[in-house]
Design a binder for this molecule. Structure first.
Ligand code: PPE
Length: 304
């Protein structure tokens, strides 16, 4: 169950959590066209701060642009509303979920003049894949589902409907006894997790999938920058599932999943079966940054 908070921002006003409802003929509910973001606010030694807020808002606007949804608010208004949502809910750390969706109007596949509505919710959300996941790593499988083809779903956009594919894949993985799965792209190369990007370490080189059929993850981008700063060689190139089996380390990145090591894939132990040194070093750097302990990356944080 989601941990509730007090207020949800809807189209410019705060409403009580329990009253944040929409009409059942809301277009997005029927056809899945809605753009969303997942953002985290962390409590640090000097207070709370939102991680890479402007990048998330930029991506929300890009998602809306790609899918022809005219945003009813400016970027500045959305940024201010997100900060205000965290403040009014008095949350020291939380997950923030802006959602731009197509409201009531025409039904059918030409939403033409339907209003675009925007909501922003924030609630406490702990570790995404379980308490031990961050520390010990998870068991994952390769999904029987394929990730989106570039000309079926434009994955630069973070669109609600795309997540039916993720839900089915996640369901299969959980029912098979795994914590998460990794989906391959239509050509058979590794794409991403249901809600995470994928990294592997092979012989000291960090690799992540190129931006074709995956979401342009903001955590992925942060990890690439941190690896460069640490002089860890990093390549954005395609790799196969067997390259993952023989990798020394695997980890997943995402706002919800943060930096989660993978200790086993398809029942093959990865490396030593525990988080490897590069994963641990990058995870350590990541958590220092989000908690405001590394002044080099202070510009990634928006204080509350
Ligand atoms: N790929 C997918 C498919 C994805 O959904 C996410 C985020 C990422 C990669 C990583 O992106 P970023 O958060 O910018 O590093 N998934 C969001 C939704 C998870 C959910 O269960 O809901 C998230 O992590 O917030």
């Amino acid at each position: 169950m989601v941990t509730t908070s007090k207020k949800i921002w809807m189209d410019g006003v705060f409403v009580d959590w329990d009253d944040a409802s929409v009409h059942v003929l809301t277009h997005s509910l029927h056809y899945g066209l809605a753009a969303f973001e997942g953002i985290r606010c962390y409590e640090g030694s000097t207070g709370s701060a939102i991680f890479r807020l402007s990048e998330h808002v930029d991506r929300l606007f890009e998602s809306a642009h790609i899918t022809l949804m005219p945003m009813p608010f400016s970027k500045k208004e959305v940024i201010d509303a997100i900060i205000e949502t965290v403040r009014v809910n008095e949350l020291a750390s939380c997950y923030i979920r802006p959602l731009a969706y197509v409201g009531v109007g025409a039904m059918g596949l030409y939403p033409g003049d339907n209003p675009i509505r925007l909501s922003i919710a924030a609630w406490p959300w702990g570790s995404y894949l379980g308490e031990e996941a961050l520390e010990k790593g998870i068991r994952a499988k390769i999904s029987s589902f394929t990730r989106h083809h570039v000309n079926v779903s434009m994955t630069r956009a973070k669109i609600s409907g795309y997540y039916v594919n993720s839900i089915l894949a996640k369901w299969e993985a959980k029912k098979s006894g795994y914590e998460e799965c990794i989906l391959l792209d239509p050509d058979g190369y590794v794409a991403e997790g249901t809600g995470e990007n994928v990294f592997i370490v092979s012989k000291g080189v960090l690799k992540t999938t190129p931006l074709t059929s995956i979401l342009d993850g903001i955590t992925r981008n942060a990890i690439i920058q941190l690896a460069k700063a640490k002089h860890i060689p990093i390549l954005e190139e395609r790799f196969t599932r067997d390259a993952m089996y023989v990798a020394d380390e695997i980890f997943l990145t995402g706002t919800a999943a943060e930096v989660t090591p993978v200790r086993e894939l398809d029942d093959r132990t990865i490396g030593a079966g525990k988080p490897g040194p590069i994963t641990q070093a990058l995870q350590h750097d990541f958590f220092r940054i989000v908690r405001g302990e590394d002044p080099t990356y202070a510009n990634w944080l928006t204080p509350i």
